[in-house]
Design a protein. Structure first.
Lengths: 313, 608, 274
């Protein structure tokens, strides 16, 4: 319970730091919101007036406090490009992207864990070489390149799946899955390669431990030794690495959603960046970092369930 | 030994090879031995002798470590009475033997148990597999086993996870696990090497009792001749993958046939052999007589080199959001002693007793909480960081792990030269000359000057570490378990070197060790530590011939003696778990009060 | 495994040196206009003897563009990683060696920065500063710094706890000399390995940034830009994507293989028995 409380307070502090960093990074922009609204050719006096009324002449600290205050009270401002309230916009796009993130993680883990264990068990044999080589190829290809290949294969050549667009899962779940599948697969392949390497390394370490030898000395079948005694110990570390990869995924969706015209969080962020939509940039960068943080917090808390040693601390 | 017509194990000309990146390494070249029912065979040898590989081969576990049995027979008598060559057995047959007909325990109790399964799960899975027991029956048998290995509150233990148990308790669980299916052979691979001496005594007694009660044969692998003397019926001595000598324990100890066995036995100090001797004696090394006699007891009137008063060191236990200090580990608690010029004072005790922290506190490698340390009359604890750096010229340290105490990326001459450079004691040709003198001094060839640490053996590295400590002509050297990681023959050489240096240079040693027999041989005075305090301090004779404190006595009773005629294994198992040294911030321990039995012999007054 | 290891190392070294040689010498041998010369009659020509890798939508020779793109990618990756190591090394060493409050504050900051996806951070910085070569380097360099600082701090902490550092302290060595003689040489092998692997990630990041138009700007040749340009012609001219994609993949593969082998050779923990 104290552990939980500690983690929550620590999370809140980090969130605060995230907001400061986000605000700082976006405020080194040359140009400002007033310029964005009125255009570069606008009348300097009108611009000055707008600046005054938007509070852009206030010290940065005041501006930051006003911004964070707005975020806390639910007033996230209006997007300059989409002319929409940012709060609901982000919520909708985040839901769309969650589908991709969850799907790609599922694809990656389902394949990576057995592959990594298999490679670790057959360490230094051909199985290991095959698995390691495949994984190495996987991590070496840029994921947008995977995306293009998948479009060529599944959308153009075979025509099985759509190559672009987004469908709201609330309207038609099956079609939503179909549209999300290719971008998820493209992301999942690179991630899988990475997680395979990690699982192999973790399992290799675990299989070299004394308790594995003790289990073998008890006469337990190799199956039990590896998949029960071994894997149970690998779940925690692999989960942690997978959690860290949520951050990688939220970076990659910017590329992938643009490639597939999938209008999720990544696509939205990209539009905001291209159009220098400062309020939207601030809000989406903040939200992405916060979600990544949250994912890692959840993984840390889940670790308690798989490792009895954490309970005391 | 008479040839028993029905041995349980018969190994003939075993050869085991390992394929490594650098080619094939022979782990065992040619070993033959037999084990009869109900007897304990000890396989003894120094590191690299192939003793563990032999036992792993018998279980065919050696293959999981990259080894291959490339020759010989490994016959094991199965339950039906027929001999089976396990070198040729298939994996199904092996699984039927492992844990069922042969049980095995390993060196590291801390890592021998799966950290995320309960004790119950780990104790019952073998039973369910081999004996086909149901959950309830397996649990009942597990409880019975825990009682048999004398673990208190067995019901509660079953629900616990390994990290909730102490090291000694875990090794008992591992033994109970190995005993679960009533194997006819128990293989114990260095089962007590990682344990403290009192716990070692308990575990050895336990294995001996289980063997007697169950009529089980034991194959006991160890490097420790004292343990062999206590445990063995028959002894097999191994060296570099080959059999050196084999025979009944009394014959091996009283009338060894081979030079190697004789040398090995000679180098082992035997607790009690120094009784009545006035001064330390060099270690026995066959074929290499010690050059200098150790220093006699120093003059009592000499002003002490080192004076430690009420030294207390506490480490913070941090927690909470701001990582504030929420509790203290009381590592060193009100410790006082003095050390004269040319004297060796040993601090002895079990792991966690604070002996290492005490040594580090004196050098201020950890900052003491309170107390005073005077070196030649100068208050060390009052010095600034810069002054302290310079003061270290007079006090140097030699660490335990010879593999980790030298920088792997630095040439040996530069490591030895480091103190000379730091204190500006020599430069240029003078520096080179000083370093090569130091190499001579610790008997290392000059050709080693330009080498890197990985090119040296453990004993050679420890010589380099000593040369480095000597470089600045210190008055005091703190040797923290400096010979504990070395094989016994190398240990003897390094100890003799230290005693010679003391005789020649008048250096004082603070010798921190867990090894009572070594301490008895080399010390002028001895302090016994327990729970951060010195419980008893006095001359070597006072401590070893007239121990007063209850803990000193317990410690001495637990030390195995390298003499099969003096077996000390007793089946009286005391469970005295070490109390926790962690206390809340408000905890103020009472000061250490001593009673002086005779001049110089002080015993901590109990009850505080 | 040994054979594989050697083969892997050999392939890695060959790939990395090939890309390095191309990056250094291609711009000296190939006149810049070869890569920018448009030929409207030869638009989207498939690979042939004349156009080894085919042509793009403007009829430019893909072979020259890929060769020249190597320097762009490598320049950005190497400078950006050098920048993160240059910032991360002192921060990480100070944090790991001295510990205490400095360590707490620095690592809290690093952890926070780590929750920003590196690509998002790089994109944002690049968009904010205005995309060009120099800003792409800065963006990737800053985005990679927290990760490297974390790794270096961990290594410095590990080495600081080694007995030989305690021995050096006991021998009266100053902090500055301990860092210089003991910490630095011992953390360098893992740091070099990490830097090599970071180079691979930096190449990927540059490709991603350029693909989104927030990295290298046309007309400079960049593999990411080429892949972006190919998107509309995938059906008719798949080589326009495959050629630069293969260039990225081979470079990154080479760096990863090289990094793996470097780890086996340099990292003492990977060496059996020390």
């Amino acid at each position: 319970m104290i552990y939980l409380l500690n983690r929550s307070v620590s999370f809140a502090i980090t969130l605060l730091l995230i907001s400061v960093i986000t605000f700082a990074v976006t405020n080194i922009l040359p140009g400002d919101v007033a310029m964005m609204i009125m255009g570069t050719q606008s009348n300097p006096e009108a611009l000055a007036g707008l600046r005054e009324s938007l509070g852009l002449n206030d010290p940065l600290v005041t501006q930051y406090l006003r911004w964070i205050g707005g975020m806390l009270t639910g007033d996230w401002g209006t997007s300059l490009v989409f002319k929409e309230e940012i709060g609901p916009l982000l919520l909708q796009k985040m839901t769309a992207s969650s589908l991709i993130v969850v799907m790609s993680m599922t694809i990656a883990l389902t394949a990576a864990v057995p592959l990594g264990v298999w490679a670790a068990v057959h360490r230094d044999k051909w199985q290991d070489t095959a698995s390691s080589t495949t994984a190495l190829l996987g991590v070496s290809l840029p994921d947008f390149f995977w995306g293009i290949m998948l479009i060529l294969l599944f959308a153009r050549a075979l025509g099985w799946l759509p190559s672009s667009g987004f469908v709201d899962p609330g309207e038609d779940f099956l079609r939503a899955l179909k549209h999300a599948f290719l971008p998820s697969l493209a992301l999942g392949l690179g991630l899988m390669a990475h997680l395979t390497r990690m699982t192999r390394a973790t399992m290799t370490g675990i299989l070299a431990q004394e308790f594995i030898r003790v289990a073998r000395a008890k006469g337990l079948p190799e199956r039990t030794v590896v998949w029960r005694y071994g894997l149970a110990n690998a779940i925690g570390p692999v989960m942690t690495v997978a959690g860290l990869q949520v951050g990688y995924l939220f970076g990659s969706i910017i590329v992938m959603e643009s490639l597939f015209n999938y209008t999720g969080m990544g696509w939205l962020t990209y539009q905001a960046l291209l159009n220098r939509d400062i309020p939207l940039i601030q809000a989406s960068v903040f939200v992405i970092a916060a979600v990544v943080m949250l994912a890692n917090l959840i993984v840390d808390l889940a670790y308690v369930l798989v490792d009895p040693r954490i309970r005391l601390g | 030994m008479l040839d028993d017509p029905k041995p349980i194990v018969s190994i003939d000309n075993l050869r085991v090879e390992f394929d490594t990146g650098e080619g094939t390494i022979v782990g065992v070249e040619d070993i033959s031995l037999t084990i009869n029912p109900g007897e304990t065979v000890c396989v003894v040898g120094e590191s690299g002798s192939g003793k563990s590989v032999t036992s792993l081969s018998l279980m065919r576990l050696v293959e999981f470590g990259g080894g291959r049995i490339t020759g010989g027979k490994l016959e094991f008598r199965r339950t039906g009475g027929a001999m089976q060559d396990v070198a040729k057995a298939d994996m199904d047959a092996m699984r039927d033997i492992r844990g069922n007909e042969i049980g095995m325990i390993f060196q590291e109790p801390m890592t021998s148990l799966n950290p995320i399964f309960t004790i119950e799960r780990q104790m019952t899975d073998g039973l369910r597999l081999h004996k086909g027991l149901g959950a309830r029956a397996a649990r009942a048998r597990a409880l019975e086993l825990l009682r048999e290995v004398r673990i208190p509150q067995p019901e509660q233990r079953l629900r616990q996870y390994p990290h909730e148990l102490s090291g000694g308790m875990r090794q008992r669980v591992v033994i109970a696990m190995a005993m679960a299916c009533e194997p006819r052979l128990l293989i114990a691979d260095e089962p007590t090497t990682a344990l403290d001496v009192t716990i070692q005594a308990e575990i050895l007694a336990l294995i001996d009792r289980l063997k007697r009660e169950n009529g089980m044969a034991v194959l006991f692998i160890t490097h420790d001749m004292a343990v062999v003397a206590q445990m063995a019926d028959r002894v097999v001595v191994m060296y570099r993958g080959n059999l050196v000598e084999e025979g009944p324990v009394s014959q091996i100890f009283e009338n060894p046939q081979k030079d190697y066995t004789r040398a090995l036995l000679a180098a082992v100090p035997r607790l009690g052999e120094m009784t009545g001797k006035p001064a330390p004696e060099p270690m026995r090394i066959i074929g290499a007589e010690a050059r200098a006699q150790p220093v006699q007891a120093p003059r009592p009137d000499a002003a002490p080199v080192l004076e430690v008063r009420n030294l207390t060191t506490r480490f913070a236990v941090r927690g909470g959001l701001l990582r504030r200090r929420i509790a203290n580990v009381h590592a060193v608690e009100d410790v006082s002693f003095e050390l004269a010029r040319g004297e060796t004072l040993s601090l002895v005790g079990e792991s966690g007793c604070g002996k290492s922290s005490c040594g580090r506190s004196i050098l201020r490698l950890v900052e003491p909480t309170s107390g005073s340390v005077h070196m030649d009359g100068r208050d060390i604890l009052a010095l600034t960081r810069q002054q302290m750096r310079l003061a270290r010229r007079d006090m140097q340290m030699v660490f335990q792990d010879p593999f980790a105490s030298l920088n792997p990326y630095m040439r040996l001459k530069d490591q030895v030269a480091e103190p000379l450079r730091n204190f500006g004691l020599a430069r240029g040709n003078d520096l080179t000359a000083r370093v090569s003198q130091l190499f001579d001094r610790v008997e290392l060839p000059q050709s080693y000057l330009r080498r890197f640490p990985h090119e040296l053996s453990g004993g050679q590295r420890q010589r380099v570490a000593i040369a480095r400590a000597l470089a600045a002509n210190p008055k005091l050297i703190i040797a923290d378990e400096a010979v504990s990681a070395l094989d016994v023959s190398v240990q003897a050489q390094v100890l003799n070197l230290m005693m010679e240096l003391q005789a020649d240079l008048g250096i004082s040693f603070l010798f921190i060790s867990h090894d009572m027999a070594v301490v008895e041989r080399i010390s002028h005075r001895v302090g016994v530590m327990y729970m951060g305090r010195i419980v008893e301090i006095g001359s070597r004779a006072q401590i070893f011939e007239n121990p007063r404190h209850e803990y000193t006595r317990a410690l001495m009773a637990a030390v195995p003696i390298a003499d099969p005629a003096k077996r000390t294994l007793r089946d009286d198992l005391r469970f005295k778990p070490l109390p926790s040294p962690v206390h809340p911030l408000s905890y103020a321990p009472a000061p250490s009060v001593y009673e002086e039995v005779v001049p110089g012999h002080k015993v901590l007054v109990p009850d505080h | 495994m040994k054979g594989f290891l050697n083969a892997k190392g050999l392939i890695g070294i060959v790939l990395v040196s090939a890309v390095l040689l191309i990056a250094i010498f291609a711009p000296m041998i190939i006149p810049a206009e070869f890569a920018t010369k448009m030929n409207m009659r030869a638009r989207l020509d498939p690979p042939s003897l004349e156009y080894l890798f085919g042509t793009d939508q403007l009829g430019r020779n893909m072979f020259y563009r890929v060769m020249l793109g190597a320097r762009t990618s490598l320049t950005i990756a190497v400078t950006a990683v050098a920048m993160s190591v240059a910032i991360g090394l002192p921060l990480g060493i100070i944090s790991g060696y001295f510990g205490g409050l400095t360590d707490n504050v620095l690592m809290r900051l690093v952890d926070t920065l780590l929750s920003f996806p590196a690509l998002l951070l790089a994109l944002t910085i690049s968009a904010v500063l205005g995309p060009n070569l120099q800003n792409t380097i800065i963006a990737i360099g800053i985005a990679f710094t927290p990760f490297l600082a974390r790794i270096i701090r961990g290594e410095a902490l590990r080495v600081t706890q080694m007995p030989y550092v305690e021995a050096a302290r006991a021998a009266g060595t100053t902090d500055a000399l301990i860092i210089l003689r003991h910490i630095l040489p011992n953390i360098m092998p893992p740091v070099i390995v990490q830097a090599t692997i970071s180079l691979a990630f930096a190449i990927l990041a540059e490709a991603g940034l350029s693909f989104l138009g927030l990295g290298t700007q046309p007309p400079r040749a960049s593999w990411g830009l080429m892949i972006q340009a190919s998107r509309d012609y995938l059906d008719v001219a798949p080589w326009t994507a495959l050629v630069p994609g293969a260039a990225v993949a081979l470079t990154v593969l080479g760096l990863n293989m090289f990094g793996d082998v470097l780890r086996d050779v340099l990292d003492p923990r990977a060496r059996a028995g020390g």
